[in-house]
Design a protein around this ligand. Structure first.
Ligand code: SER
Length: 320
């Protein structure tokens, strides 16, 4: 049985991935690690929880030893808009934190999952059907840390045999934890706006296409890749994965079909607009499909049905 540690377990992906891992591998076998934010009751009560910051290797080491960890899902990271505001912090968490985790994995023979992102691409990248292997010259601190992270994971695999694997996530949409400081977050906030106020002000322009994915598919991607037969993996890290590509007006149209009075206007944030324009419109995820059978389940329509139902129910219970 796997013994798993999740860093960033209280974050956007971690909060839900940890619960899914507990369901598959047993509650007591999945240790959630947080840095500052209090975990939800569900997260805290369903299995072990430790305070451990990925920039403090001693603490991580103690958790690995205490629980006899053999697999690390390393999700602790600073997202794109915050990284632009605090580049030094982003470097420290996204690079030094990853280095600490990879070293720990090398010393203790652990497998590692690390998410990269559409942010690892830049203005020189072909933005339509972005190939798996292509130009990566990001011009954001987030992107710089993500490309470096991809390379570092490949290096640890090649040089030290660490079983490091990862995907390039697109924008992730969920109805549980609110994201913190991403560029793609409008696609989460718009659903909250639709349910709570029947209106939303979008900070990206019409026509800004980005890859996106509903959380259940993001969780499936991480778990499927970590279960994949290593002999079939040509790439190990940084697989392009996507589920849908849309611009703000398309998600608006889908919501309006279901909530006719929904209204949206635009107030463009130049920082996030510039970041979004440097990222792919749509990635080609053929390598993930071929090497480990990646297949998403949710398109925009299905995701919108589910998001509005779940958030609508929460709103009626007074939970939003
Ligand atoms: N969702 C992330 C962000 O917008 C991209 O990986 O920062």
């Amino acid at each position: 049985m796997k013994r798993i540690m999740v860093t960033g377990a209280v974050g956007q992906i971690g909060s839900e991935l940890t619960l899914a891992l507990r369901e598959r591998y047993g509650n007591e076998n999945v240790v959630a690690c947080g840095r500052k934010t209090e975990p939800s009751k569900k997260l805290r009560d369903s299995g072990p929880f430790e305070w451990a910051d990925c920039t403090q290797p001693d603490k991580l080491h103690a958790v690995v030893k205490k629980y006899n960890i053999d697999t690390i899902y390393h999700l602790a990271a600073i997202l794109s808009a915050v990284a632009e505001a605090k580049p030094q912090l982003a470097w420290d968490v996204n690079i030094n934190g990853l280095y600490n985790v990879l070293e720990l994995a090398r010393e203790n023979n652990c497998a590692v999952f690390t998410p990269s992102s559409i942010g690892a691409f830049g203005p020189g990248t072909p933005l339509d059907n972005t190939p798996q292997d292509t130009i990566q010259r990001p011009n954001t601190m987030y992107g710089v840390t993500k490309v470096s992270g991809e390379l570092l994971c490949d290096y640890y695999h090649k040089r030290f045999g660490v079983d490091a694997r990862g995907v390039r996530y697109p924008g992730i949409i969920s109805n549980e934890t609110l994201p913190g400081g991403g560029t793609t977050d409008y696609a989460v906030a718009i659903y909250y706006g639709a349910i709570k106020e029947k209106k939303y002000t979008c900070y990206l322009k019409q026509g800004t296409y980005l890859d996106m994915m509903y959380m259940p598919d993001a969780i499936k991607a991480a778990m499927d890749l970590m279960e994949a037969d290593p002999d079939k993996l040509v790439h190990r890290n940084a697989f392009n994965v996507t589920a849908m590509s849309f611009a703000p007006e398309h998600i608006y149209d889908e919501i309006k079909k279901r909530i006719p009075e929904f209204a949206m206007d635009y107030e463009v944030d130049p920082v996030r607009q510039a970041i979004a324009e440097s990222w792919p419109n749509k990635m080609d995820d053929t390598a993930a499909k071929q090497e480990w059978g990646w297949e998403p389940s949710f398109n925009l329509a299905r995701m919108t049905d589910d998001m509005l139902k779940v958030l609508g129910d929460k709103y009626s219970r007074g939970e939003l």
